[in-house]
Design a protein around this ligand. Structure first.
Ligand SMILES: Cc1cc2nc3c(=O)[nH]c(=O)nc-3n(C[C@H](O)[C@H](O)[C@H](O)COP(=O)(O)OP(=O)(O)OC[C@H]3O[C@@H](n4cnc5c(N)ncnc54)[C@H](O)[C@@H]3O)c2cc1C
Length: 441
């Protein structure tokens, strides 16, 4: 697996074209940056514009967060290899992401259905020559992270010292700044908040129109609007927005020192916990995702529901209770702490959890770079090279096939087990998530 990184200049089929990314999250910004670097905008007379509802890092982006896990543990060799490629970028001492990666190591845990995914992932790490990944008992986990004082009954635990986390919102903003320096235009606010794509009478996509009527015409239009992508285009059931309930706990300076030994804990059936960041904030998220079908845009379609549009929204108390009861299993002293902030963070899943990076089968000029499927962020430094390859029609055939437009293609046996096998619940089940309690935006 490889991407082309050489500068194509005038040789590229994109030379002299106008390229528009609708959405400046992981996929849009990474692609804009790598394309600009590859083509050399001034010399190739190419223009690249990113339009986004918000300035980067957008508060509605899945990418915008305190932190995200960066790892290469995957049951599928393809993502494991891409994970290694991305980690090599995150770990560099110089460049856009210097200093953002914290190699704390992470615990992978499960009690039931996710164990096969973790076992297959650990086996792939060994094949890639990554050493130190091992299964540990709760007592051994406590030696690595003495802050674990809960029982962790029935937990099956693996330890990977190679993985870590990165300051994801900062990283997205830094890559956006780097893209702008290469000549990429970034349009945000009302002019960048896209309500529809524009087509010529023959069905060719020719641009996008903002909520305020501003029009952005382009030869190449890439939908990279994350969870919102399916508002702009009929994806024929390929994308479903899924919400991850997130809470932040603010520690005191003394507690920050006390919990400094915490590692990332990713319990594939319950939740994720991050060590305190430099401001003493511990992030916790559930992995039992929610959907939002109430939009009725299309039967069965889940679209995101952002607090920016529904300022009184809260998080469902039932899910909050589940998070707290999970914390009680390993860090009980944190289980009843008030939230400093809460959020439902929206990403969009494909059925097979592969990304959707390809051209639209019917509309000429229209391309897709979306479908992060709850694991896209770690690839921020590199995924744009693959999007650029796709746009230049030179993406490696196996990747092109895997990431292509593919309505109805389910997750296949050979992909290995689903990391998060439990069914989603719809927000409509949780009457109490609106109106809001006193949680900060
Ligand atoms: C809580 C949570 C935790 C996660 N943890 C991890 C992790 O630890 N590791 C990992 O690798 N991945 C993780 N992911 C997944 C990862 O964040 C996503 O897969 C990835 O960021 C998706 O990138 P994107 O570019 O598709 O979407 P986004 O990052 O959501 O970006 C979409 C962009 O489109 C813009 N936009 C939306 N609508 C419009 C519109 N109408 N007009 C203009 N602009 C618009 C938004 O403002 C935003 O900037 C997590 C996701 C969530 C929600």
């Amino acid at each position: 697996m490889s991407s082309s990184s050489s500068s194509q200049g005038a040789a590229s089929p994109l030379a002299g074209k106008s390229i528009l990314f609708v959405g400046g999250g992981t996929f849009g910004v990474s692609a804009a940056y790598h394309l600009a670097e590859r083509l050399g905008l001034a010399s190739s007379k190419t223009t690249i514009t990113v339009v986004d509802r918000f300035e980067s890092p957008s508060p509605i982006a899945a990418s915008t967060d305190l932190n995200k896990i960066v790892r290469s543990d995957y049951s599928e060799p393809m993502y494991a290899k891409l994970g290694v490629e991305a980690m090599n970028e995150w770990k560099k001492d110089t460049g856009i992401f210097a200093g953002m990666f914290q190699q704390t190591g992470w615990f992978l845990a499960a009690q039931n259905a996710s164990i096969p995914f973790i076992e297959a992932s650990a086996a792939n790490q060994a094949k890639l020559g990554i050493t130190g990944v091992k299964k540990v008992t709760p007592a051994e986990a406590r030696q690595i992270s003495p802050s674990f004082t809960g029982p962790m009954d029935d937990w099956q635990i693996w330890w990977n010292p190679w993985a870590g986390w990165t300051t994801s919102g900062d990283a997205l903003a830094a890559m956006t700044t780097a893209a702008k320096k290469l000549g990429v235009r970034y349009v945000s606010g009302d002019d960048g908040w896209i309500k529809k794509l524009l087509y010529s009478p023959d069905g060719t996509c020719i641009g996008a129109e903002a909520e305020n009527g501003a029009r952005h015409y382009a030869d190449v239009v890439v939908v990279s609007a994350g969870a919102t992508s399916a508002r702009l285009l009929d994806f024929e059931g390929q994308l479903q927005a899924k919400g991850h309930v997130v809470g932040h706990i603010q520690l005191t300076p003394e507690e920050t020192k006390k919990y400094a030994d915490l590692k990332i804990v990713d319990h594939f059936e319950q939740g994720i916990l991050f060590p305190p960041n430099r401001d003493g904030i511990v992030k916790v998220a559930t992995v039992n995702f929610v959907t939002n079908h109430e939009s009725q845009k299309a039967p069965g379609l889940s679209l995101p529901r952002f607090r920016q549009d529904n300022p009184r929204d809260d998080i469902p108390r039932k899910i909050e209770g589940e998070i707290r009861s999970w914390l009680r299993e390993f860090v009980p002293d944190l289980a009843d702490r008030p939230w400093a902030e809460t959020r439902i963070c929206w990403d969009t899943d494909t059925q097979d959890l592969h990304f959707l990076i390809g051209k639209h089968p019917k509309h000429k000029g229209l391309y897709l770079a979306t479908g992060g499927s709850a694991h896209g962020f770690k690839f921020l430094p590199i995924i744009g090279k693959y999007v650029a390859d796709m746009l230049e029609s030179k993406l490696e055939p196996s990747l092109a096939h895997t990431w292509a437009w593919r309505p109805g293609r389910p997750r296949k046996e050979k992909q290995g087990p689903d990391p998060h096998p439990y069914p989603t619940r719809d927000l409509a089940e949780f009457e109490d998530f609106k109106p809001m309690r006193a949680s900060k935006l």
